[in-house]
Write a protein that binds this ligand. Structure first.
Ligand SMILES: C[C@](O)(CO)[C@H](O)COP(=O)(O)OP(=O)(O)OC[C@H]1O[C@@H](n2ccc(N)nc2=O)[C@H](O)[C@@H]1O
Ligand SMILES: Nc1ncnc2c1ncn2[C@@H]1O[C@H](COP(=O)(O)OP(=O)(O)OP(=O)(O)O)[C@@H](O)[C@H]1O
Length: 284
């Protein structure tokens, strides 16, 4: 195999609680991750000389800081692999929206290059490696919808309904570090059980803080909440609502005062579905 194309899907945090602050400055969380069928697409072509190239570059993100290139370099360093890759990126996921696009790109790079370079780490070790790039990378490497604890690395598969979501993308950039560092963030939410989540429990602890920081997020949440159960994903800025069907999601989006998209919730990452098809084409 000399080249490989894989999607890098978005995620939603169906709820997000901050349950404590750790000695290393990071925060303990409880969350549920589900994937969306909206993805970036990344193509990896083998190079024999060890170079990593990325095109096109993302405006404002130099290639060396792009999480795709950082993931590739990390895998090279970790395995001693001397191969390289030319990488092409089709970016569709809004950035800084709480949809995890950068983390997902990094995870797809780890999965694709572990295959292309035949470094054979597999998803457990790739998830450990990916955690050093970002707290959201492990769930994308593992590829199953999950109940998550720790900083998001302790993952337990969870079987969720796969509804159509309407997702609004208000014009706001919310820095993840600033949201976690905000003095008014609630950091001591009592942990809940999975049963309580399925009974409708859980919220996003970042909503009050981010609503105050961003009038656009506040307005989007207020508008959506008039139509059902609306929530913010990650540290924002995107907000979402599950709908009974695709038609209803389209109808709500058409009336929305902010830009957005509709997308299906998925319990299995499309990156894994695509990789399985490539590696095991004859399996039913
Ligand atoms: C908000 C979530 O998206 C929920 O899924 C994630 O927890 C954030 O994951 P991420 O974007 O991969 O975040 P990282 O790049 O690891 O962290 C960015 C910054 O946010 C803060 N941070 C992040 C995760 C965490 N559990 N506690 C933190 O305090 C740290 O200051 C860190 O330097
Ligand atoms: N491949 C990449 N795609 C997107 N952003 C990247 C990438 N590589 C590095 N970045 C940087 O990471 C920042 C966060 O991007 P990302 O789209 O992952 O945010 P997010 O959806 O808010 O993530 P999260 O939900 O994990 O907080 C960007 O503003 C950008 O500076």
């Amino acid at each position: 195999m000399t080249s490989l194309s894989l999607p890098a899907p978005a995620k939603l945090n169906l709820f997000l609680h901050v349950t404590g602050r750790r000695a290393d400055g990071y925060h303990d969380l409880q969350t549920v991750f589900q994937f969306l069928d909206l993805s970036d697409d990344i193509t990896f072509s083998l190079r024999a000389d060890g170079d990593i190239t990325l095109s096109p570059e993302i405006d404002g993100v130099p290639a060396a800081q792009n999480l795709i290139v950082r993931a590739a370099r990390l895998l090279q360093r970790h395995t001693g692999c001397e191969l390289g890759a030319d990488i092409r990126l089709v970016k569709r996921l809004p950035m800084g929206g709480g949809l995890g696009g950068g983390s997902s790109d990094a995870a797809t790079a780890l999965l694709a290059l572990d295959t292309l370079w035949q470094t054979g780490l597999g998803s457990d070790r790739l998830a450990d490696l990916g955690l050093s790039l970002g707290a959201d990378v492990p769930v994308f490497v593992r590829g199953f919808a999950a109940w998550a604890e720790g900083v998001g690395e302790r993952l337990q598969a969870i079987d969720l309904p796969e509804p159509w979501y309407v997702v609004l993308t208000p014009e706001a950039h919310v820095s993840t570090a600033a949201a976690f560092g905000h003095p008014e963030l609630t950091r001591n939410t009592t942990p809940i059980t999975m049963r309580a989540f399925f009974a409708g429990g859980g919220r996003n602890d970042f909503e009050p803080v981010v609503r105050r920081l961003s009038p656009a997020v506040d307005a989007a949440l207020e508008w959506l909440a008039q139509r059902g159960s609306a929530r913010m994903t990650g540290t924002g800025a995107c907000v979402f609502m599950a709908c009974p069907d695709r038609h209803e999601a389209e109808r709500i989006l058409a009336q929305a005062p902010a830009a957005g998209f509709i997308s299906r919730g998925l319990n299995r990452s499309p990156a894994h579905v695509a990789l399985d098809r490539i590696l095991r084409p004859h399996r039913i």
